[in-house]
Design a protein around this ligand. Structure first.
Ligand SMILES: Nc1ncnc2c1ncn2[C@@H]1O[C@H](COP(=O)(O)OP(=O)(O)OP(=O)(O)O)[C@@H](O)[C@H]1O
Length: 658
């Protein structure tokens, strides 16, 4: 029968993974140590197998959390492991990512983003609902991974160590096991951080991956990727191709070049289907990359580094690695607020190894590195931890809510004082902390929403300004994964004419609200809505995504007793007041030359050309974000009365310590 064949097939696959040989040793070590570091080659079976071994061998009788830096990894791993267990997704094996969860009381293995685990700590500071936490892909050192690692170190002391003893609790009553995993981490550093934790090495990879390098450096990585893809397509046996590119724009460009070239191939050449995968693509589109191509068709997946770790895309035999990725860097201003810059930079050795590891998961694989072997050898092992180059405001607030102070926490790498101080000021200004750095009731309410602190502050301000319905629509669009107005250059002119009817003199936020209102009124029939979006050059994806997010925020409001239906009608003043409450530290004043200067910082800013306010001179503005390319641009901009800024007393000095 088909089902039992499938089950036998999966069982055999599990048994053939390199990790299967070390199963007993792994189980034994984890059962005897509080913390274990597991280092094993990509594809050896760490992420899918270790949680199952721990459950199957009864070493862990409670629940296991397995963290992932990215949501697509969490959801696809949960799907795979429930299939291996022969159980529906959300029963024995589940997942939890922001705005999406599939788990139940029966769930024993939960794959979740590290951000979601931090969120769970707010209601369960010692993570007592878990008997084991597995931190996967720890080499990535995302901000949240570092926060999870630091928190686990504190939790271990309470649940397993001295503090439990002192509190009169029997040590071992509900001890926690921690496993830290990766294919490419600096095991010694992690082991030292966890008081000389035991390191296990899983030997061997399932299938060999042959690596090719270019003989000279490539100046145009898009052109090189295009040529390499067609060489594979025309000369190599069947197998899907995964191409790593820095960002969405490159993905879209290469997508259209591949389509154009494919149309010109000689008759009889195999067909090509192109799929894309990047963070701002909504879930349902992301999961399309996992659907097999029809027989005889070669699938080409264009992805950013979100496909770099943890995931297995069935069918992928060839990987093309451009050697580039985008990295967010926080540029600190000499005084006050800085800006985030998204830069295209060379990848690290860890990334190169992980990328190659996406081939060879089901059979022999091939990786074409579009750089020289010498460049590879010169790459640093891993990138600078995110905690050293990012804004810390929301992290700081979350830690406060679980009773931890960033100053007292033992981090693997400590953020510098400037970044720390600027985040403290933001929280003080938003009213989340008092002058003694104590958490306020408002701060606790802010942290309860899965939004950045500034956005939560806007949300809570809307209650007193009586415009929660409108603010929820705006915040949902601000949190949606793709932009409302896609910037396709071919349609730019036509688009701007049509969109003008939604435009509002105050700027982008009310313009977005107008679009969402029109979309809401247009009815619920999905074909009609799609046609309406196309005719108006707005992204249906963004609106659908925003509608989902709004529904979840509405549910959360209901849970905490906020009436989300309160509306300001056509009056925009309360909406702008609420926005200003959260965004005032992101405000700027017009200068005579038409540029802007931050009100609480020293950066010179221009309004992004895609903004509704691009051609206007508004005396004072607030913005969602700053993006630095050759210049610094404000995106998501609204004009506000200058008096809002002047009237505020900003506690700009260092907060007092007690
Ligand atoms: N969705 C899937 N479809 C088919 N095979 C899969 C799938 N997920 C995993 N596998 C198989 O299981 C193997 C082990 O995957 P797993 O994610 O556990 O490896 P890993 O050691 O954690 O690797 P990495 O560090 O690259 O994440 C893969 O190489 C592949 O053969």
């Amino acid at each position: 029968m088909a089902i039992s064949n499938k089950t036998t097939g999966i069982r055999q696959q599990r048994e053939q993974l390199p990790i299967a040989q070390g199963k007993d040793a792994i189980v034994r070590e984890i059962s005897t140590n509080d913390v274990t570091i597991v280092l094993g080659e990509t594809g050896s079976g760490k992420t899918t197998q270790i949680p199952q071994y721990l459950i199957e061998s009864n070493v862990i009788n409670g629940r296991i959390a397995v963290t992932q830096p990215r949501r697509v990894a969490a959801t696809s791993l949960a799907a795979r492991v429930s299939q291996e267990q022969g159980k529906p997704l959300g029963s024995l094996v589940g997942y939890s990512v922001r705005f999406d969860e599939k788990s139940s009381h029966a769930t024993r293995i939960k794959y979740l983003t590290d951000g979601m685990l931090l969120r769970e700590m707010m209601s369960d500071p010692l993570l007592e609902r878990y008997s084991a936490v597995i931190v996967d892909e720890a080499h990535e050192r995302t901000l949240r991974t570092d926060l999870v690692l630091a928190s686990l170190k504190t939790i271990l002391k309470t649940r397993n160590g001295d503090i439990a003893k002192k509190a009169g609790k029997q040590v071992g009553e509900n001890p926690l096991k921690v496993v830290v995993m990766s294919a490419t981490l600096d095991a010694e550093k992690f082991s030292l951080f966890f008081d000389n934790a035991k390191t296990l090495y899983v030997k061997g990879r399932q299938h060999p991956v042959t690596i090719y390098y270019t003989t000279t450096g490539q100046t145009d990585y898009l052109d090189a990727a295009l040529r390499t893809f067609f060489q594979i397509h025309l000369d190599q046996p069947p197998g899907d191709v995964l191409i790593f590119l820095p960002g969405q724009e490159d993905i879209e460009n290469l997508n259209s070049s591949i389509r154009t070239h494919a149309a010109r191939l000689p008759i009889g050449s195999p067909d090509i289907v192109v799929r894309t995968l990047y963070a701002s693509l909504p879930n349902e589109y992301q999961s399309k990359v996992f659907t097999p191509a029809p027989q005889g068709v070669r699938k080409c997946i264009l992805a950013t580094n979100i496909a770099e770790t943890s995931i297995t895309i069935p069918g992928v035999k060839y990987v093309i690695d451009t050697g580039k990725h985008k990295e967010k860097r926080h540029i600190s201003a000499a005084k006050g607020r800085g800006a985030d810059a998204l830069l295209t930079v060379d990848i690290t050795k860890s990334s190169a190894v992980q990328r190659a590891g996406r081939a060879g998961r089901e059979g022999r694989g091939f990786c074409y590195r579009l750089y020289t072997e010498e460049s590879f050898n010169k790459m640093p092992l891993s990138s600078e931890p995110e905690i050293l180059r990012t804004d810390l405001t929301t992290a700081l607030l979350q830690l406060k809510c679980v009773g931890q102070d960033m100053e007292d926490i033992d981090f693997m790498d400590r953020p510098d004082d400037v970044a720390f101080h600027s985040s403290l000021q933001t929280l003080l200004f938003l009213g989340a902390l008092d002058r003694h750095r104590g958490l306020t009731e408002l701060g606790r309410q802010m942290a309860a929403f899965p939004l950045d602190s500034e956005y939560s502050a806007i949300m809570l301000a809307s209650i007193s300004f009586r415009c929660t319905s409108e603010i929820l629509a705006i915040l949902s669009l601000m949190s949606a994964s793709s932009p409302l107005f896609p910037d396709s250059s071919t349609e730019r002119e036509a688009a701007s004419e049509v969109r003008a009817k939604f435009g509002h003199a105050s700027g982008d936020h009310i313009t977005w609200l107008n679009v969402m209102r029109a979309y809401d009124e247009y009815g619920t029939h999905s074909a009609d809505r799609r046609a309406w979006c196309r005719a108006n050059f707005v992204s249906e994806r963004a609106l659908r995504d925003a509608s989902d997010i709004r529904r979840q925020l509405q549910d959360m409001c209901e849970k905490v007793g906020i009436d989300w239906q309160v509306s300001a009608g056509q009056d925009v003043a309360p909406i702008l007041q609420s926005l200003a409450k959260g965004l005032l530290l992101r405000s700027a004043l017009l200068r005579p030359d038409g540029t802007y200067k931050q009100s609480f910082g020293s950066l010179e800013i221009r309004i992004h050309p895609g903004s509704a306010l691009a051609d206007r001179r508004s005396p004072a503005i607030v913005y969602n974000e700053l993006v630095t390319t050759t210049r610094t641009y404000a995106r998501g901009v609204s004009a506000i009365p200058k008096a809002y800024i002047a009237s505020l007393s900003i506690p700009i000095d260092a907060p007092q310590t007690t």
